[in-house]
Design a protein around this ligand. Structure first.
Ligand code: 2IT
Length: 446
Protein backbone atom coordinates (compact mmCIF):
# COMPACT_ATOMS: atom_id res chain seq x y z
CA UNK A 1 0.00 0.00 0.00
CA UNK A 2 1.09 3.54 -0.68
CA UNK A 3 0.68 5.11 2.76
CA UNK A 4 0.72 8.72 1.54
CA UNK A 5 -1.87 8.01 -1.13
CA UNK A 6 -4.20 6.08 1.19
CA UNK A 7 -4.08 8.92 3.73
CA UNK A 8 -4.64 11.54 1.02
CA UNK A 9 -7.64 9.51 -0.21
CA UNK A 10 -9.32 9.27 3.18
CA UNK A 11 -8.70 12.97 3.80
CA UNK A 12 -10.30 13.81 0.47
CA UNK A 13 -13.24 11.46 0.99
CA UNK A 14 -14.00 12.51 4.58
CA UNK A 15 -13.32 16.25 4.64
CA UNK A 16 -15.51 17.04 7.66
CA UNK A 17 -14.43 14.08 9.77
CA UNK A 18 -11.23 14.93 11.67
CA UNK A 19 -11.75 12.27 14.35
CA UNK A 20 -12.19 9.51 11.82
CA UNK A 21 -9.11 10.70 9.91
CA UNK A 22 -7.10 10.81 13.15
CA UNK A 23 -8.10 7.24 14.12
CA UNK A 24 -7.51 5.89 10.62
CA UNK A 25 -4.13 7.62 10.27
CA UNK A 26 -2.87 6.15 13.53
CA UNK A 27 -3.73 2.65 12.34
CA UNK A 28 -2.44 3.15 8.79
CA UNK A 29 0.90 4.56 9.91
CA UNK A 30 1.55 1.63 12.22
CA UNK A 31 0.41 -1.22 9.93
CA UNK A 32 1.86 0.06 6.62
CA UNK A 33 5.16 -1.88 6.82
CA UNK A 34 3.40 -5.06 7.86
CA UNK A 35 0.87 -4.74 5.05
CA UNK A 36 3.65 -4.17 2.53
CA UNK A 37 5.52 -7.26 3.75
CA UNK A 38 2.38 -9.33 3.02
CA UNK A 39 1.24 -8.61 -0.56
CA UNK A 40 -1.99 -10.60 -0.18
CA UNK A 41 -3.52 -7.72 1.78
CA UNK A 42 -3.09 -5.38 -1.17
CA UNK A 43 -4.22 -8.02 -3.62
CA UNK A 44 -7.53 -8.28 -1.75
CA UNK A 45 -7.76 -4.51 -1.11
CA UNK A 46 -8.17 -5.19 2.61
CA UNK A 47 -7.04 -1.74 3.78
CA UNK A 48 -9.33 0.08 1.36
CA UNK A 49 -12.27 -2.10 2.41
CA UNK A 50 -11.63 -1.80 6.17
CA UNK A 51 -11.59 1.99 5.81
CA UNK A 52 -15.16 2.02 4.51
CA UNK A 53 -17.90 1.15 7.06
CA UNK A 54 -20.20 -1.58 5.79
CA UNK A 55 -23.25 0.53 6.60
CA UNK A 56 -24.14 3.82 8.31
CA UNK A 57 -27.66 4.24 9.64
CA UNK A 58 -28.77 7.73 10.56
CA UNK A 59 -32.24 8.50 11.87
CA UNK A 60 -34.49 11.06 13.52
CA UNK A 61 -35.50 10.57 17.15
CA UNK A 62 -38.55 12.61 18.20
CA UNK A 63 -39.78 12.56 21.78
CA UNK A 64 -41.87 14.65 24.17
CA UNK A 65 -40.21 16.38 27.15
CA UNK A 66 -41.75 16.99 30.59
CA UNK A 67 -43.19 20.33 29.45
CA UNK A 68 -45.03 18.63 26.62
CA UNK A 69 -42.68 20.05 24.01
CA UNK A 70 -41.46 17.96 21.12
CA UNK A 71 -37.70 17.45 20.98
CA UNK A 72 -35.75 16.20 17.97
CA UNK A 73 -32.41 14.41 18.17
CA UNK A 74 -30.24 12.49 15.75
CA UNK A 75 -29.62 8.77 16.10
CA UNK A 76 -26.75 6.81 14.54
CA UNK A 77 -25.53 3.27 14.15
CA UNK A 78 -22.34 2.65 12.24
CA UNK A 79 -22.07 -1.05 11.30
CA UNK A 80 -18.42 -1.04 10.54
CA UNK A 81 -17.23 -4.59 9.98
CA UNK A 82 -18.92 -7.98 10.37
CA UNK A 83 -16.06 -10.24 9.23
CA UNK A 84 -15.44 -11.99 12.54
CA UNK A 85 -18.84 -11.78 14.22
CA UNK A 86 -22.03 -9.73 14.60
CA UNK A 87 -21.50 -5.96 14.85
CA UNK A 88 -20.77 -5.14 18.47
CA UNK A 89 -20.16 -1.86 20.24
CA UNK A 90 -21.66 0.69 22.55
CA UNK A 91 -24.23 3.45 22.28
CA UNK A 92 -23.14 6.93 23.33
CA UNK A 93 -25.59 9.67 24.38
CA UNK A 94 -23.60 12.89 24.42
CA UNK A 95 -23.86 16.29 22.68
CA UNK A 96 -20.61 15.54 20.79
CA UNK A 97 -22.16 12.59 18.93
CA UNK A 98 -22.15 13.04 15.15
CA UNK A 99 -21.27 10.94 12.13
CA UNK A 100 -17.57 11.64 12.60
CA UNK A 101 -17.36 10.53 16.23
CA UNK A 102 -19.51 7.46 15.54
CA UNK A 103 -17.36 6.48 12.58
CA UNK A 104 -14.07 6.75 14.42
CA UNK A 105 -15.46 4.79 17.36
CA UNK A 106 -16.83 2.03 15.10
CA UNK A 107 -13.49 1.83 13.29
CA UNK A 108 -11.62 1.51 16.61
CA UNK A 109 -14.13 -1.06 17.79
CA UNK A 110 -13.44 -3.41 14.88
CA UNK A 111 -9.75 -3.65 15.83
CA UNK A 112 -10.49 -3.79 19.56
CA UNK A 113 -13.04 -6.57 19.22
CA UNK A 114 -10.63 -8.54 17.09
CA UNK A 115 -8.02 -8.25 19.87
CA UNK A 116 -10.39 -9.81 22.42
CA UNK A 117 -10.25 -13.08 20.38
CA UNK A 118 -14.04 -13.34 20.76
CA UNK A 119 -16.29 -13.50 17.66
CA UNK A 120 -17.44 -9.88 17.49
CA UNK A 121 -17.40 -7.46 14.57
CA UNK A 122 -17.24 -3.70 15.08
CA UNK A 123 -20.05 -1.17 15.42
CA UNK A 124 -20.96 1.96 17.34
CA UNK A 125 -24.02 4.11 17.76
CA UNK A 126 -25.66 6.78 19.79
CA UNK A 127 -27.30 10.14 19.77
CA UNK A 128 -26.58 13.81 20.39
CA UNK A 129 -29.17 13.59 23.20
CA UNK A 130 -27.71 15.17 26.36
CA UNK A 131 -28.75 13.22 29.49
CA UNK A 132 -27.57 16.13 31.69
CA UNK A 133 -30.49 17.56 33.63
CA UNK A 134 -33.11 15.24 32.09
CA UNK A 135 -35.75 13.60 34.28
CA UNK A 136 -36.10 9.84 34.42
CA UNK A 137 -39.31 10.08 32.41
CA UNK A 138 -37.57 12.08 29.70
CA UNK A 139 -34.69 9.60 29.53
CA UNK A 140 -37.16 6.74 29.27
CA UNK A 141 -39.19 8.35 26.49
CA UNK A 142 -36.03 9.20 24.62
CA UNK A 143 -34.69 5.63 24.95
CA UNK A 144 -38.01 4.21 23.76
CA UNK A 145 -38.09 6.51 20.74
CA UNK A 146 -34.46 5.72 19.94
CA UNK A 147 -35.00 1.95 20.13
CA UNK A 148 -38.21 2.10 18.10
CA UNK A 149 -36.07 3.01 15.10
CA UNK A 150 -32.85 1.17 15.99
CA UNK A 151 -34.60 -2.20 16.46
CA UNK A 152 -35.09 -2.46 12.71
CA UNK A 153 -31.36 -2.87 12.23
CA UNK A 154 -30.14 -4.95 15.19
CA UNK A 155 -30.57 -8.47 16.59
CA UNK A 156 -28.66 -11.01 18.69
CA UNK A 157 -26.94 -12.49 15.61
CA UNK A 158 -26.74 -9.21 13.64
CA UNK A 159 -25.75 -6.30 15.83
CA UNK A 160 -25.55 -6.18 19.62
CA UNK A 161 -25.25 -2.67 21.13
CA UNK A 162 -24.22 -1.90 24.71
CA UNK A 163 -23.56 1.16 26.86
CA UNK A 164 -20.97 3.91 26.51
CA UNK A 165 -20.83 7.52 27.76
CA UNK A 166 -24.32 8.55 28.91
CA UNK A 167 -25.71 5.03 28.56
CA UNK A 168 -25.63 2.90 31.71
CA UNK A 169 -27.76 0.16 33.23
CA UNK A 170 -30.82 2.43 33.39
CA UNK A 171 -30.76 3.35 29.70
CA UNK A 172 -29.99 -0.24 28.64
CA UNK A 173 -33.05 -1.29 30.69
CA UNK A 174 -35.34 1.22 28.98
CA UNK A 175 -34.06 0.28 25.53
CA UNK A 176 -34.27 -3.45 26.21
CA UNK A 177 -37.84 -3.06 27.43
CA UNK A 178 -38.79 -1.29 24.22
CA UNK A 179 -37.09 -3.89 22.01
CA UNK A 180 -38.94 -6.66 23.86
CA UNK A 181 -42.23 -4.81 23.55
CA UNK A 182 -41.85 -4.33 19.78
CA UNK A 183 -40.38 -7.72 18.88
CA UNK A 184 -41.85 -9.98 21.58
CA UNK A 185 -38.46 -11.62 22.06
CA UNK A 186 -36.36 -11.89 25.21
CA UNK A 187 -32.95 -12.29 23.58
CA UNK A 188 -29.36 -11.11 23.98
CA UNK A 189 -29.75 -8.08 21.71
CA UNK A 190 -28.06 -5.70 24.16
CA UNK A 191 -25.28 -6.23 26.67
CA UNK A 192 -24.84 -4.48 29.98
CA UNK A 193 -28.23 -5.81 31.02
CA UNK A 194 -29.31 -6.10 34.67
CA UNK A 195 -28.33 -9.30 36.46
CA UNK A 196 -31.97 -10.32 36.88
CA UNK A 197 -32.68 -10.31 33.14
CA UNK A 198 -29.67 -11.71 31.33
CA UNK A 199 -26.77 -9.48 32.37
CA UNK A 200 -23.33 -10.68 33.37
CA UNK A 201 -21.52 -10.27 36.66
CA UNK A 202 -18.46 -7.97 36.41
CA UNK A 203 -19.76 -6.21 33.24
CA UNK A 204 -20.12 -2.83 35.03
CA UNK A 205 -16.56 -3.02 36.38
CA UNK A 206 -15.03 -4.73 33.34
CA UNK A 207 -13.56 -1.82 31.38
CA UNK A 208 -11.70 -0.46 34.41
CA UNK A 209 -10.68 -3.90 35.73
CA UNK A 210 -9.43 -4.89 32.29
CA UNK A 211 -7.39 -1.69 31.93
CA UNK A 212 -5.65 -2.35 35.25
CA UNK A 213 -5.00 -5.99 34.25
CA UNK A 214 -3.39 -4.64 31.10
CA UNK A 215 -1.36 -2.19 33.19
CA UNK A 216 -0.19 -5.12 35.34
CA UNK A 217 1.13 -6.71 32.15
CA UNK A 218 3.06 -3.53 31.31
CA UNK A 219 4.50 -3.35 34.82
CA UNK A 220 5.49 -7.03 34.80
CA UNK A 221 7.27 -6.55 31.46
CA UNK A 222 9.34 -3.81 33.14
CA UNK A 223 9.86 -6.08 36.19
CA UNK A 224 7.96 -3.48 38.18
CA UNK A 225 4.99 -3.72 40.54
CA UNK A 226 1.80 -1.75 41.10
CA UNK A 227 2.07 -1.64 44.91
CA UNK A 228 2.48 1.89 46.25
CA UNK A 229 2.53 3.50 42.81
CA UNK A 230 1.06 6.98 42.61
CA UNK A 231 -1.79 7.10 40.11
CA UNK A 232 -4.07 9.75 38.61
CA UNK A 233 -7.25 9.31 36.58
CA UNK A 234 -9.28 11.62 34.38
CA UNK A 235 -13.03 11.18 34.57
CA UNK A 236 -15.34 9.88 37.28
CA UNK A 237 -17.78 7.81 35.22
CA UNK A 238 -18.26 4.07 34.95
CA UNK A 239 -14.81 3.42 33.49
CA UNK A 240 -12.99 5.58 36.06
CA UNK A 241 -14.95 3.85 38.83
CA UNK A 242 -13.90 0.32 37.78
CA UNK A 243 -10.32 1.51 37.38
CA UNK A 244 -10.30 3.10 40.86
CA UNK A 245 -11.71 -0.08 42.43
CA UNK A 246 -9.02 -2.30 40.92
CA UNK A 247 -6.17 0.15 41.62
CA UNK A 248 -7.24 0.26 45.28
CA UNK A 249 -7.50 -3.53 45.47
CA UNK A 250 -3.99 -3.96 44.10
CA UNK A 251 -2.43 -1.33 46.36
CA UNK A 252 -1.80 1.61 44.03
CA UNK A 253 -2.41 5.07 45.53
CA UNK A 254 -4.95 6.98 43.45
CA UNK A 255 -4.50 10.66 44.31
CA UNK A 256 -6.56 12.48 41.69
CA UNK A 257 -9.71 12.21 39.61
CA UNK A 258 -11.31 14.83 37.37
CA UNK A 259 -14.48 16.06 35.74
CA UNK A 260 -15.26 18.75 33.17
CA UNK A 261 -15.37 21.27 36.05
CA UNK A 262 -11.83 20.62 37.34
CA UNK A 263 -9.98 18.02 39.35
CA UNK A 264 -9.84 16.62 42.87
CA UNK A 265 -6.53 16.04 44.61
CA UNK A 266 -6.65 13.76 47.63
CA UNK A 267 -3.20 12.89 48.95
CA UNK A 268 -4.76 10.48 51.45
CA UNK A 269 -5.76 8.33 48.46
CA UNK A 270 -9.09 7.73 46.76
CA UNK A 271 -9.08 4.13 47.86
CA UNK A 272 -11.76 3.52 50.46
CA UNK A 273 -15.07 1.87 49.46
CA UNK A 274 -16.83 5.04 50.66
CA UNK A 275 -14.84 7.35 48.37
CA UNK A 276 -15.07 5.10 45.35
CA UNK A 277 -18.79 4.56 45.91
CA UNK A 278 -19.20 8.33 46.02
CA UNK A 279 -17.57 8.64 42.58
CA UNK A 280 -20.33 6.39 41.34
CA UNK A 281 -23.02 8.44 43.06
CA UNK A 282 -21.67 11.64 41.50
CA UNK A 283 -21.82 9.95 38.12
CA UNK A 284 -25.42 8.84 38.67
CA UNK A 285 -26.59 12.40 39.32
CA UNK A 286 -25.59 13.16 35.69
CA UNK A 287 -24.69 16.72 36.50
CA UNK A 288 -21.20 16.05 35.19
CA UNK A 289 -19.35 17.76 38.06
CA UNK A 290 -16.73 16.36 40.41
CA UNK A 291 -16.49 19.37 42.78
CA UNK A 292 -18.83 17.96 45.50
CA UNK A 293 -16.19 15.29 46.23
CA UNK A 294 -14.10 17.92 48.05
CA UNK A 295 -17.10 19.03 50.14
CA UNK A 296 -17.71 15.49 51.31
CA UNK A 297 -14.13 14.38 52.02
CA UNK A 298 -11.97 16.78 53.99
CA UNK A 299 -8.64 15.37 52.71
CA UNK A 300 -9.65 16.28 49.15
CA UNK A 301 -9.02 19.62 47.44
CA UNK A 302 -10.84 20.86 44.35
CA UNK A 303 -8.98 22.70 41.57
CA UNK A 304 -11.59 24.38 39.38
CA UNK A 305 -11.19 24.51 35.61
CA UNK A 306 -7.89 22.61 35.59
CA UNK A 307 -6.97 19.36 33.88
CA UNK A 308 -5.58 16.61 36.08
CA UNK A 309 -2.41 15.98 34.02
CA UNK A 310 -0.28 18.46 35.96
CA UNK A 311 -0.36 16.26 39.06
CA UNK A 312 2.94 14.34 39.39
CA UNK A 313 2.43 10.56 39.22
CA UNK A 314 3.87 7.20 38.17
CA UNK A 315 0.70 6.05 36.44
CA UNK A 316 -1.76 8.18 34.44
CA UNK A 317 -5.01 6.69 33.18
CA UNK A 318 -7.25 8.66 30.81
CA UNK A 319 -10.84 7.55 31.43
CA UNK A 320 -13.00 10.38 30.02
CA UNK A 321 -13.36 11.05 26.28
CA UNK A 322 -11.47 11.35 22.97
CA UNK A 323 -8.58 13.81 22.75
CA UNK A 324 -8.75 14.63 26.46
CA UNK A 325 -4.94 14.49 26.73
CA UNK A 326 -2.97 16.62 24.26
CA UNK A 327 0.68 17.22 23.43
CA UNK A 328 1.14 19.86 26.16
CA UNK A 329 -0.43 17.58 28.79
CA UNK A 330 1.87 14.77 27.67
CA UNK A 331 4.94 17.00 27.98
CA UNK A 332 3.96 17.92 31.51
CA UNK A 333 3.41 14.28 32.48
CA UNK A 334 6.80 13.32 31.03
CA UNK A 335 8.49 16.25 32.79
CA UNK A 336 6.95 15.10 36.07
CA UNK A 337 8.32 11.59 35.60
CA UNK A 338 5.27 9.51 34.53
CA UNK A 339 6.23 5.90 33.77
CA UNK A 340 3.00 4.32 32.55
CA UNK A 341 0.22 5.98 30.59
CA UNK A 342 -2.93 4.01 29.89
CA UNK A 343 -5.51 5.34 27.45
CA UNK A 344 -8.74 3.88 28.78
CA UNK A 345 -11.07 6.21 26.89
CA UNK A 346 -11.30 5.61 23.14
CA UNK A 347 -8.59 7.70 21.44
CA UNK A 348 -8.14 9.68 24.66
CA UNK A 349 -4.76 11.00 23.49
CA UNK A 350 -4.05 13.23 20.52
CA UNK A 351 -1.48 12.07 17.97
CA UNK A 352 0.97 14.65 19.43
CA UNK A 353 0.56 13.23 22.91
CA UNK A 354 1.29 9.68 21.73
CA UNK A 355 4.41 10.85 19.89
CA UNK A 356 5.59 12.67 23.02
CA UNK A 357 5.19 9.57 25.20
CA UNK A 358 6.86 7.30 22.69
CA UNK A 359 9.79 9.66 22.13
CA UNK A 360 10.34 9.77 25.89
CA UNK A 361 10.12 5.94 25.98
CA UNK A 362 7.22 6.09 28.41
CA UNK A 363 5.13 2.91 28.36
CA UNK A 364 1.97 3.87 26.53
CA UNK A 365 -1.09 1.62 26.10
CA UNK A 366 -3.66 2.58 23.44
CA UNK A 367 -7.37 2.45 24.22
CA UNK A 368 -8.25 -0.26 21.77
CA UNK A 369 -6.03 -2.67 23.72
CA UNK A 370 -6.34 -1.33 27.26
CA UNK A 371 -10.10 -0.76 27.31
CA UNK A 372 -11.06 -3.97 25.52
CA UNK A 373 -12.13 -5.58 28.80
CA UNK A 374 -15.52 -3.87 28.57
CA UNK A 375 -16.50 -5.28 25.23
CA UNK A 376 -14.78 -8.59 26.04
CA UNK A 377 -17.09 -8.99 29.01
CA UNK A 378 -19.99 -8.03 26.75
CA UNK A 379 -18.83 -10.96 24.61
CA UNK A 380 -18.94 -13.15 27.71
CA UNK A 381 -22.48 -11.88 28.39
CA UNK A 382 -23.44 -12.93 24.84
CA UNK A 383 -21.98 -16.40 25.44
CA UNK A 384 -23.96 -16.78 28.66
CA UNK A 385 -27.15 -15.61 26.92
CA UNK A 386 -26.64 -18.12 24.12
CA UNK A 387 -26.05 -20.95 26.58
CA UNK A 388 -28.91 -19.71 28.78
CA UNK A 389 -26.85 -19.90 31.93
CA UNK A 390 -24.73 -17.55 34.00
CA UNK A 391 -21.20 -17.77 35.25
CA UNK A 392 -20.22 -16.67 38.75
CA UNK A 393 -18.06 -13.65 39.51
CA UNK A 394 -14.81 -15.61 39.72
CA UNK A 395 -15.43 -17.35 36.39
CA UNK A 396 -16.09 -14.07 34.55
CA UNK A 397 -13.21 -12.25 36.23
CA UNK A 398 -10.80 -15.06 35.42
CA UNK A 399 -11.86 -15.08 31.76
CA UNK A 400 -11.53 -11.27 31.61
CA UNK A 401 -8.06 -11.43 33.12
CA UNK A 402 -7.01 -14.15 30.68
CA UNK A 403 -8.28 -12.09 27.74
CA UNK A 404 -6.40 -8.97 28.88
CA UNK A 405 -3.18 -10.95 29.42
CA UNK A 406 -3.58 -12.40 25.95
CA UNK A 407 -4.08 -8.94 24.41
CA UNK A 408 -0.98 -7.74 26.22
CA UNK A 409 1.04 -10.69 24.92
CA UNK A 410 -0.23 -10.02 21.39
CA UNK A 411 0.85 -6.37 21.63
CA UNK A 412 4.31 -7.50 22.71
CA UNK A 413 4.52 -10.00 19.87
CA UNK A 414 3.81 -7.36 17.23
CA UNK A 415 5.04 -4.19 18.92
CA UNK A 416 8.51 -4.93 20.30
CA UNK A 417 11.12 -2.68 18.70
CA UNK A 418 14.82 -3.46 18.19
CA UNK A 419 15.71 -1.17 21.10
CA UNK A 420 13.52 -3.29 23.37
CA UNK A 421 10.89 -0.52 23.68
CA UNK A 422 7.35 -1.83 23.30
CA UNK A 423 5.28 0.13 20.80
CA UNK A 424 1.88 -0.95 22.11
CA UNK A 425 0.08 1.17 19.50
CA UNK A 426 1.73 -0.67 16.65
CA UNK A 427 1.36 -4.05 18.38
CA UNK A 428 -2.37 -3.57 18.98
CA UNK A 429 -3.06 -2.30 15.46
CA UNK A 430 -1.23 -5.12 13.70
CA UNK A 431 -2.65 -7.85 15.94
CA UNK A 432 -6.18 -6.46 15.55
CA UNK A 433 -5.80 -6.10 11.80
CA UNK A 434 -4.58 -9.64 11.10
CA UNK A 435 -7.71 -11.47 12.26
CA UNK A 436 -10.13 -9.18 10.44
CA UNK A 437 -8.03 -9.25 7.27
CA UNK A 438 -7.77 -13.05 7.20
CA UNK A 439 -11.53 -13.40 7.72
CA UNK A 440 -12.22 -10.93 4.90
CA UNK A 441 -9.91 -12.77 2.51
CA UNK A 442 -11.59 -16.08 3.33
CA UNK A 443 -15.09 -14.68 2.79
CA UNK A 444 -14.61 -13.41 -0.76
CA UNK A 445 -15.10 -9.93 -2.15
CA UNK A 446 -17.94 -8.05 -0.50
O1 2IT B 1 -16.02 1.39 23.73
C1 2IT B 1 -16.40 0.26 24.07
O2 2IT B 1 -15.71 -0.75 23.87
C2 2IT B 1 -17.69 0.13 24.73
N1 2IT B 1 -18.35 1.15 24.93
C3 2IT B 1 -18.24 -1.20 25.11
C4 2IT B 1 -18.91 -1.85 23.96
C5 2IT B 1 -19.63 -3.13 24.27
O3 2IT B 1 -20.24 -3.66 23.33
O4 2IT B 1 -19.60 -3.60 25.39
Amino acid sequence: MDLKKVIADIEAKNPAQPLYIQAAKEVLETIADFVNENPKYDKYAIVERILEPERIIKFRVSWVDDKGQIQVNRGFRVQHNMAIGPYKGGLRFHPSVNEDSMKFLAFEQTFKNSLTTLPMGGGKGGSDFDPKGKSEGEVMRFCQAFMTELQKYIGPETDVPAGDIGVGAREIGFMYGQYKRLRDEHVGVLTGKGLEWGGSLIRPEATGFGAVYFLEGMLATCKDSIKGKRAIISGFGNVAWGTALKLAELGAVLVAISGPDGYILDEAGINTPEKIQYMNELNQTRNNVVAPFADKFKTAKFFPGKKVWGVPCDIAMACAIQNELDGKDAEMLVKNGVKYVVEVSNMGCTADAITTFQKAKVNFAPGKAANAGGVATSGLEMSQNSMKLSWNKEEVDEKLKGIMQNIHANCLAHGKEKSGYINYVKGANIAGFIKVAEAMIAQGVY
